[in-house]
Design a binder for this molecule. Structure first.
Ligand code: FAD
Length: 496
């Protein structure tokens, strides 16, 4: 007799949405998390007078009340729709290249076109054409993902979807500043426009422009905690400070898990939110299937991040922050910026989140919580011995502050609290190889067209959900967990 109907390994976004979906659908579910809080990346922590948001810079897909296909429907189905307070960012971002570009894009198509025309006169019709293409490619891509047959899909998707974003930007525009301003979301996805599939850039831009960028009052931790509470209220059980150390199998079929205290828990289905290498490495009593070995051998561990979480004793206006999100890049050479993520050379581009332009409630009155992030591969830290780690991370942090001085001169004088996270920090807290925050490198060889980690499980009873099995980021992983859980429930129903 099974102890549970399902066990979920990891309480990141996908683990939480999977667990809540399963339990609310009537499957007796155990959620096991190695950390002491729910959320994975989607957490917060406290220093002095400040709470610090770990990961959420802009939540995509929330949409305005009543907007179809928005994430609000998912939150309702998880039982947390009325527990979360969303804080809207009215601008997509301010984008600054010192001495070259300084433009603030409103989160509204018509206003964004107007702003870009003012900043880059004579480009109105090109911008309109480009944004039309962004919408078309995204809508067609979603139709294709949902199973519309290729014959029924407008060929514009096949002409543009997999082209490098840089080609498509070059086809539409001449001005390097305008191309950089419209393409800067590449820094969220981890691949420069020369490598990033246009359909991925289009999806990201569309998601924020159409459904607006959002923060959550109380940070992403409020969301993670609310989903956990919903899971518990439905009768689910959770174990924190507990890692799964083995996935037990019998006759090539999942039997349950072993926890790091040695206890064995029996269940016919296991959903893993852990990385794929760790998940398959935990299989006991069977070899990793050849198809999985072949697949994993061709994949590259993706990018991690370097973050400065700061409590600043000044208001956003006093500091110079006019938008919740600001990208500052030293030039428009995106390949050069991406190359810098492989080493500890000074940061060349930083994403700034100022959480008190539209306050999320983490800083005291008159103060500001700001985080500075640049993506970075873990191997940049390979040559740094433990004895030099502390010095090296603060030295590198100074280079992010140097970049941000271009929008907030004198920011250093306002620092009251600061905490620095490197790829090693991410690896320690998430347990992922390379501290990767989006799973594998999100280039054109990855994605739903070429990889089937999530859709076609290779071990009966083992289900994969999260950034390592699909696309990284908040919206994709929240949706993935619920989707995988629904698929699992349908399978259970069909064998009954
Ligand atoms: C600094 C930073 C900034 C980011 N900015 C953004 C942003 O602005 N927008 C955006 O969309 N995304 C952003 N992301 C990425 C986004 O947060 C992640 O892609 C997403 O949250 C990953 O969710 P996940 O479901 O894959 O789980 P993860 O968050 O990766 O969590 C996995 C969980 O599994 C647990 N686990 C692993 N192994 C085991 C085991 N053996 N036993 C038990 N538990 C285990 C881990 O402890 C962890 O809690 C950012 C991330 C970071 C770190």
């Amino acid at each position: 007799m099974s102890d549970f109907d399902a066990i979920v390994i990891g309480a990141g976004n996908a683990g939480l949405s999977a667990a809540a979906t399963l339990q609310r659908a009537g499957a007796r579910t155990l959620l096991v998390e190695r950390h002491n809080v729910p959320g994975g990346c989607a957490t917060s922590f406290r220093r002095g007078r400040y709470e610090f948001e770990v990961a959420l810079h802009q939540l995509s897909g929330v949409g305005l009340e009543g907007q179809a296909f928005s994430l609000r429907g998912l939150f309702d189905s998880l039982g947390v729709g009325d527990k979360l307070e969303f804080v809207q960012e009215h601008d997509l971002y301010r984008f600054k290249v010192p001495g070259q570009v300084d433009v603030t894009l409103p989160a509204d198509r018509a206003a964004a076109i107007e702003t870009l025309e003012e900043a880059f006169p004579g480009n109105r019709s090109r911008v309109e054409k480009f944004l039309d293409l962004v919408s078309n490619v995204t809508i067609l891509q979603i139709a294709a993902m949902r199973g519309t047959s290729p014959e029924q899909i407008d060929p514009v998707l096949f002409r543009y979807g997999l082209r490098p974003s840089k080609d498509v930007l070059d086809e539409h525009f001449d001005d390097p500043g305008l191309k950089a301003a419209l393409g800067v979301y590449w820094t969220y996805l981890g691949q420069p426009p020369s490598k990033l599939a246009f359909q991925d850039l289009a999806l990201t831009l569309f998601a924020y422009l159409e459904f607006k960028p959002w923060h959550i009052r109380g940070g992403s931790q409020a969301m993670s905690t609310a989903i956990l509470d919903s899971f518990l209220a439905a009768g689910g059980q959770v174990r924190f400070n507990t890692a799964v150390s083995a996935i037990l199998t019998e006759g090539g079929q999942v039997l349950g898990v072993r926890l790091d205290d040695g206890a064995e828990v029996i269940a016919p289905d296991v959903v893993s939110n852990a990385s794929l290498p760790i998940t398959y490495g935990m299989l006991e009593n069977m070899d990793v299937p050849a198809a999985v070995r072949d697949d994993l051998a061709t994949r590259r561990i993706g990018v991690s991040g370097f973050a400065l979480h700061m409590g600043l004793d000044a208001t956003p206006a006093e500091l110079g922050f006019t938008t919740s999100t600001t990208f500052v890049n030293l030039d428009t050479d995106d390949d050069r910026i991406h190359a810098s993520w492989h080493s500890l050379e000074p940061a060349r581009g930083v994403c700034v989140s100022s959480y008190d332009v539209a306050p999320i409630g983490f800083a005291p009155a008159g103060a500001t919580h700001v985080s500075l992030v640049t993506l970075q591969y873990a191997h940049a830290w390979d040559g740094v011995p433990p004895s030099d780690y502390h010095r090296a991370k603060f030295a590198y942090a100074q280079t992010l502050l140097d970049v941000v001085e271009h929008v907030a001169p004198g920011i250093r004088d306002a620092i009251e609290e600061v905490d620095v996270a490197t790829p090693r920090t991410m690896a320690r807290y998430l347990g992922h190889p390379g501290g990767a925050i989006y799973g594998y490198d999100q280039d054109r060889t990855e994605g739903w067209l070429f990889r089937d980690s999530e859709r076609r499980p290779h071990v009966p009873g083992l289900h994969l959900a999260g950034s390592w099995a699909g696309m990284g980021g908040f919206q994709p992983t929240l949706e993935a967990g619920a989707r995988v859980a629904r698929r699992l429930m349908r399978r259970k129903e069909s064998v009954r």
